[in-house]
Design a protein around this ligand. Structure first.
Ligand code: 1CP
Length: 331
């Protein structure tokens, strides 16, 4: 059975699946010496705009580890960039948008081409035929955070503006939902098997505000993609899972702070993913953490093993090998 069959079979609850699927968010990136070598020759944006280099970055972890899935090498901020917000990455300082979101009409501009992402998906499809291929996008709220504040952090402007004028915020989040759905559908057409929507900053809003202003956009995305496999990464899922229950995603990916068995009770019918703390990979009990997820799910066959957030740059590659081996050793 290929990794692709194991991963997709799990999303579909196919009883013929052997073992448990495993991949890691940010499995391509700075924890790998070969990625750092690539980055010594190219800026991050050069990589993202070059499909051959994207393919190389995505293949690097597949050469080292027995992973079941691969995710296209790109970034959630390609959508603001295509809207003319002027994305740059300053070394050590993270992303920055030169023209942050101030007026709704900035979201009505014709979108610049994202064909370089779709070409990267198509190339990776050809290069990794045995792996499940994930496309992705930022969720409307997480995109709104970066777009309004223009950089990462506590997002004070985004949080203030969503409360100052709820109608206007809803309209902008709905428009972002349409752009996200469009970008995800194009990745699926280019060869992605499934897509993941990253709501990394979901936990920055209280649950009521989230349910009132953000969940409708998520429902809109899930409806547009109803025929496809979709995973919602919800950071802060412990308080939020019951607020997204009506959005018809295939699965939910939860952070390490979430009570996995509670989330599974609150979202019946959803496949789950994640929940292992990224910090465990820095010298912690990796095998015990994997075993803990197995026990929290009651050994369920509808869970995808992953971290609660991305692999951090200080992770020794050997830890990823141990994580994957621990999943392979599960009954
Ligand atoms: O310096 C470098 O080499 C760039 C580091 C880097 C990488 C490897 C960035 C900048 N983005 C990426 C690739 C990336 N980003 C992927 C594909 C690689 C993989 O997963 O294997 C994905 C899925 C993302 C998604 C992404 N970008 C998210 C959502 C997931 C998450 O980690 O929470 C977010 C919030 C971003 C924004 C972003 N891009 C890069 C950084 C450092 C950040 C976070 C900035 C911040 O903390 O606010």
């Amino acid at each position: 059975m290929t990794g692709r069959q194991r991963f997709l079979g799990t999303l579909h609850r196919d009883p013929a699946v052997e073992g448990h699927p495993v991949w890691l968010m940010r499995q391509a990136g700075r924890f790998l010496p070969e990625y750092r070598e690539l980055r010594s020759r190219h800026s991050f944006m050069e990589l993202v705009h070059n499909p051959a280099l994207c393919t190389e970055a995505a293949l690097q972890p597949l050469r080292r580890f027995d992973l079941d899935a691969t995710i296209v090498f790109s970034d959630i901020l390609v959508i603001p960039d295509a809207l003319g917000m002027g994305l740059s990455f300053t070394p050590g300082d993270g992303p920055r948008l030169a023209n942050p979101l101030r007026e709704q009409r900035q979201l009505e501009r014709p979108l610049g081409s994202l064909d370089y992402v779709y070409e990267a998906v198509a190339q990776l499809r050809g290069a990794a035929p045995g792996h499940a291929l994930l496309g992705f996008a930022g969720a409307p709220w997480t995109l709104y955070c970066y777009m309004v504040d223009g950089e990462g952090g506590e997002f004070p402007l985004a949080r203030q503006s969503i409360r100052a004028d709820e109608l206007r915020a809803r309209a902008m989040l709905d428009r972002l939902a349409d752009l996200v759905a469009h970008h995800l559908l194009a990745q699926l057409r280019a060869g992605a098997d499934a897509v993941q929507v990253f709501d990394t900053w979901a936990g920055r809003l209280d649950a009521d505000t989230y349910a009132r202003l953000v969940t409708p956009g998520l429902e809109r995305i899930a409806d547009r993609l109803a025929e496809h496999d979709t995973i919602l990464f919800l950071r802060g899922a412990d308080q939020l899972s019951r607020r997204v229950g009506k959005a018809r995603f295939t699965g939910v990916s939860v952070d390490a702070g979430a009570d996995l068995s509670a989330v599974r009770r609150e979202l019946p019918g959803w496949v789950t993913q994640g929940n292992v703390a990224s910090e465990v990979m820095l010298g912690g009990d990796i095998e015990g953490a994997v075993r803990g997820v197995f026990e929290a799910t009651g050994g369920a066959r509808d869970h995808v093993y992953n971290l609660g957030h991305g692999v951090v740059p200080a992770t020794p590659p050997e830890s990823v090998a141990r994580f994957v081996n621990a999943v392979r050793a599960l009954p």
